[in-house]
Design a protein around this ligand. Structure first.
Ligand code: CAA
Length: 431
């Protein structure tokens, strides 16, 4: 699957693999146990030049695309799923700026991220606005040269560690289509505080927190794009760009778990032979590898579609997220199964893969939301398939409100009623 990757793509993949093997894998268990941000790992990632891989050169980045981001996330996640998202979430925070920021905002907010001097976070979800991302409660009210933020954000990944926060808030409660805006908030702004720090099942090295705004005054020039009301669109475009990254995290986890399972199965002997010689284990490994490879192909295709601004980006992005993350859950669970009792114990890395994989089915849009996005796309696409109408029943095309159809249905109902009544009149052997 590397055949269509360029020399540059392969260079970033190789660098990420080196950091993953030298730095991330040996430290993964430690930071999972401590549930602390691994600054030494972040430094190694930054030193390798990976922090700005997806950021254009004019804003201090490496000028790569979402495909390069995905290759790096895949490699890091193969060693630790937490580190995969710790890295990818910076892309999520910067995408709204890339999509909707002014030139000035791009220079101001992207450069320090690209250089690895600052970290960024993405604040969309709230306690009462998860999948329904349009129903935000946090507000931003214009007051002279400032926006005054009030409210809170939930599930803020990278929160506390990050210096810059891309926050979505309601700027016009009376509008349906232009209700929200994105505002860049810097750490240390009075009225902005970190709240509850979550104690998580997986991805434990990256903080997930609540963030609170209490009359937090943010310069009006930090309103993304300078025009209010574009927040929901920016959020949706951002998620289209970012979901391949979550999919790459999941696929990297699947690949990592598969590799552990392959090695374990080759050494573990039962009934006088390595368990890898048993057909049931072979079938499991074959299915795990096939699904992971299928996920990899879909992730790369979706990432390249984003980079080439393909028209079907939302659908592909949702498809790769849902397929790769469901695959990761299956593959990591099967890897634990192959390890048997050892797989269930915290002494070995494999159970962490399963814990890390679970969140990928939930964040950046649950897989139920991804199916909704895919299905909505299919409904739209079906309108372009008019040439198939000759092969579809005419009455279905006319619909139930067509007078002819209504008349025919009424006649059929009447006939059925008469037949049924007749049938009831038939004497039975008991009468
Ligand atoms: N690109 C551009 N515009 C889009 C769009 C897209 N992908 N999707 C929708 N829009 C536009 C529509 O065209 C529409 O515009 P008009 O009003 O002008 O017609 C408008 O947005 C509203 O669209 P919908 O009617 O489709 O919106 P909806 O309310 O039905 O919601 C949804 C759609 C897909 C369910 C959306 O709410 C969604 O994606 N929800 C999931 C949210 C999510 O993924 N949250 C993750 C948080 S981040 C996170 O998890 C990070 C982390 O921790 C690491």
């Amino acid at each position: 699957m590397s055949s269509f990757l360029t020399e540059t793509n392969l260079k970033w993949r190789a660098r990420a693999r080196e950091v993953a093997e030298k730095v991330v894998r040996p430290l993964a268990a430690k930071y999972d146990r401590l549930q602390e941000y691994p600054w030494e790992i972040k430094e190694a990632i930054a030193e390798a030049g990976l922090m700005g891989v997806w950021i254009p050169k004019e804003y201090g980045g490496q000028g790569g695309g979402v495909i390069d981001l995905c290759l790096c996330v895949e490699e890091l996640s193969r060693a630790c799923g937490g580190v995969g998202v710790l890295y990818a979430v910076n892309a999520l925070g910067t995408f709204p700026v890339l999509v909707g920021g002014t030139e000035e905002q791009k220079h101001q907010f992207l450069k320090p991220i690209a250089k690895g001097e600052k970290l960024i976070s993405f604040g969309l979800s709230e306690k009462f606005a998860g999948s329904d991302a349009a129903s935000l409660h946090a507000t931003a009210v214009k007051d002279g040269d400032f926006y005054v933020l009030n409210g809170e954000k939930k599930w803020n990944t990278n929160g506390g560690a990050a210096d810059i926060y891309t926050v979505f808030a309601v700027t016009d409660p009376s509008s349906k289509s232009r209700r929200t805006s994105a505002i860049m908030v810097e750490k240390g702004t009075p009225g902005f505080t970190i709240g509850k720090v979550e104690d998580k099942m997986g991805i434990r090295c990256v903080p997930v927190v609540e963030i609170h705004f209490d009359n937090c005054r943010v310069p009006a020039k930090n309103l993304l794009g300078g025009t209010p009301g574009l927040g929901f669109k920016h959020a949706m475009q951002t998620l289209d760009m970012a979901r391949p990254g979550v999919a790459a995290q999941a696929m990297g986890l699947a690949q990592g778990a598969l590799e552990y399972a392959m090695v374990y199965a080759g050494y573990r002997e039962q009934f006088g032979a390595p368990i890898s010689s048993f057909q049931m284990i072979q079938a499991m490994l074959a299915d795990m590898a096939t699904k992971t490879e299928a996920a990899r192909n879909l992730v790369y295709v979706a990432a390249l579609a984003v980079d080439n601004a393909a028209p079907n980006v939302s659908k592909l992005s949702a498809m790769c997220k849902l397929f790769a993350t469901d695959t990761a859950m299956e593959v990591t669970t099967d890897a634990v199964q192959i390890f048997g009792g050892y797989g269930y114990m915290r002494d070995y890395p494999i159970e962490k893969y399963m814990r890390d994989a679970k969140i990928t089915q939930i964040y950046e849009g649950t897989n139920q939301v991804q199916r909704m996005v895919v299905a909505r796309s299919l409904v739209k696409e079906s309108l372009g398939l008019k040439h198939l109408l000759d092969y579809i029943p005419k009455e279905v095309q006319k619909g139930v409100n067509d007078p002819e159809t209504l008349k025919r249905l009424a006649e059929e109902a009447k006939q059925l009623a008469e037949e049924t009544a007749g049938a009831l009149d038939v004497p039975t052997h008991r009468s």
